[in-house]
Design a protein around this ligand. Structure first.
Ligand code: DQQ
Length: 490
């Protein structure tokens, strides 16, 4: 069933079937990239979560590996093996994950075989037996673990009731015995609930890393988390700041991806080339019933390289390896965009990589339309605009992306820094229902579900006001995954 679904991406990683959510245990181990993920092989629903596993040598083509973690028949992870990380414990690959039992999670550890295929859970699990005493917490799960001097350090995602989301800091000599150090940082739950940068009541999947690490003096620490609140809030944010003396002193708070829940629970790792690579989970935008019917759920984002931009924020771009999938290319000659909209007869498809450079005068808007049906009734519109006072906006209109009244078609938007003379470098990757947009280093990820996917192949461009098109190239992208069925339990 999943194979026949026209909404299933072909160059994004998806699970063989069933349910996928967060990326876990990201690592580059002896030249091989390992991507583990929250997985339910039995149904396209979030239930009794396992750890799926896939490997790649190029970050483009992935091979399914045996399921890495299975919930216990009893014990601390009997109701699920929730999110976590992989660390190198003196040459032994070691997982730190959240064992779920009943409605609660606690940190657990597993040792891996040299090929990272087979995992043995530690008999001492859970390695932290209770959340910090005397604090009224909202949750306690997800891990970021690193080596600092002679010790291991760990963050556990949490929230302090009435105060806000938080990350608790721990320390250990052996990954088994942990001393509580204190809260690293706490958000502000009272602040503007519902705002796009509200930090929520719980921080899921905290991820702390340093950028510019070779120049200690100029380095910036980044604390990524997924702001969560029951039913209302699911979006990735990050603080920039400085981590020192057991605390994180924030400089600023930013949105990580303007798609919100469509780029959720990101996790990153430094690869053997020194790059910071990030993945996240693209949730579904269709109903649970439609998802169950499709037989699969959840898309892994394209791997992104994350760097520090000149403005002190994160710059995000798909890994350059993806260009290996580029096939036929169509270009549009440079010139002024004088029409509000022109369909590009030569460019069409549902697996595309589009790169364009635009120059926007104050008060102008440029648009790129994808996944358009011949009658235009279904179309997805990416817009970049420049206001009269010089500010920029990146906007994704999904209101007309589907005639199906049950799918999510809410627009998404965020602030766009403009280059010199209103320059915008825009890259749009279309992979069936998955859409990843990068504009001047900012990212916006979402899902779209046209009801006539086989016809929704059209692409077009246009503008209001004074916009120059300096470059436009669109490549057909080859599929990265095998055509045949994949065993759910390799
Ligand atoms: N998903 C996991 C949790 C995490 C959440 C469970 C984020 O560990 O907090 O599948 O999507």
């Amino acid at each position: 069933r999943a194979l026949r679904d026209p909404h299933r991406p072909r160059f994004h990683f998806t699970s063989p079937g069933g349910w996928l959510n967060d990326p876990n245990g990201l690592s580059h181990w002896n030249g091989v990239y390992h991507l583990f993920y929250q997985y339910n092989p039995l149904a396209a629903a979030h239930h009794r979560i396992h750890w799926g596993h896939a490997t790649s040598t190029d970050l483009v083509h992935w091979a399914d590996e045996p399921v890495a973690l299975v919930p216990g028949t009893d014990g601390p992870d009997r109701d699920g093996c929730w999110s976590g990380v992989l660390v190198d414990d003196g040459g032994v690959p070691t997982l730190v994950y959240s064992g779920r039992h009943g409605e609660h999670e606690l940190p657990c550890v597993a040792r891996g075989s040299a090929d990272l295929r087979y995992w043995t859970k530690d008999p001492a699990n859970p390695v932290i037996t209770a959340p910090p005493e005397g604090i009224d917490i909202t949750a306690f799960r997800d891990h970021c673990v690193w080596r600092e001097g002679q010790v291991w350090r760990q963050l556990v995602g949490s929230g302090i009731r009435g105060a806000g989301g938080t990350a608790f800091l721990y320390e250990s000599d052996d990954l088994r015995g942990w001393r509580y150090v204190g809260p690293l940082l706490t958000g502000d739950a009272s602040r503007s609930q519902g705002e796009l940068d509200w930090t929520g009541t719980m921080w899921e999947c905290v991820d702390l890393f340093r950028l510019g690490e070779d120049e200690e003096a100029d380095s910036t620490d980044v604390l990524v988390f997924s702001a969560w609140d029951e039913g209302t809030t699911h979006h990735p944010l990050y603080w920039t700041g400085h981590y020192k003396d057991d605390t994180f002193t924030p400089t600023a708070l930013h949105r990580l991806d303007y798609g919100g829940r469509y780029f959720y629970a990101p996790q990153s790792a430094r690869d053997e080339h020194g790059r910071r690579i990030m993945f996240a989970w693209l949730q579904e935008g269709r109903t649970d019933e439609a998802t169950a019917e499709a037989g699969w759920s959840g898309v892994m984002s394209l791997p992104r390289v994350v760097t520090l931009g000149a403005d002190g924020r994160l710059d995000q771009a798909p890994v350059p390896e993806l260009t290996a999938l580029r096939r036929e290319c169509e270009e549009v000659a440079p010139g002024a965009l004088t029409e509000p909209y022109t369909r590009l007869g030569a460019v069409r498809g549902d697996q595309l990589d589009i790169e364009t450079t635009l120059r926007l005068a104050p008060g102008s808007t440029a648009r790129l339309v994808v996944r358009e049906t011949p009658d235009g009734a279904e179309r997805t519109v990416v817009e970049v605009s420049r206001t009269h006072d010089g500010g920029g906006t990146l906007l994704l209109h999904r209101e007309t992306s589907s005639l199906d009244p049950t799918v999510d078609i809410e627009p998404r938007y965020g602030e766009l820094p403009l280059g010199e003379d209103g320059r915008v470098d825009l890259r749009v990757l279309v992979d069936h229902s998955a859409l990843e947009i990068f504009a001047n280093g900012r990212a916006l990820t979402a899902r779209v579900y046209p009801t006539r996917p086989d016809e929704a192949m059209g692409v077009g461009i246009g503008a209001d006001g004074d916009v120059a098109l300096e470059r436009f190239a669109a490549w057909q992208l080859a599929s990265a995954c095998a055509d045949g069925p994949r065993p759910l339990w390799p």
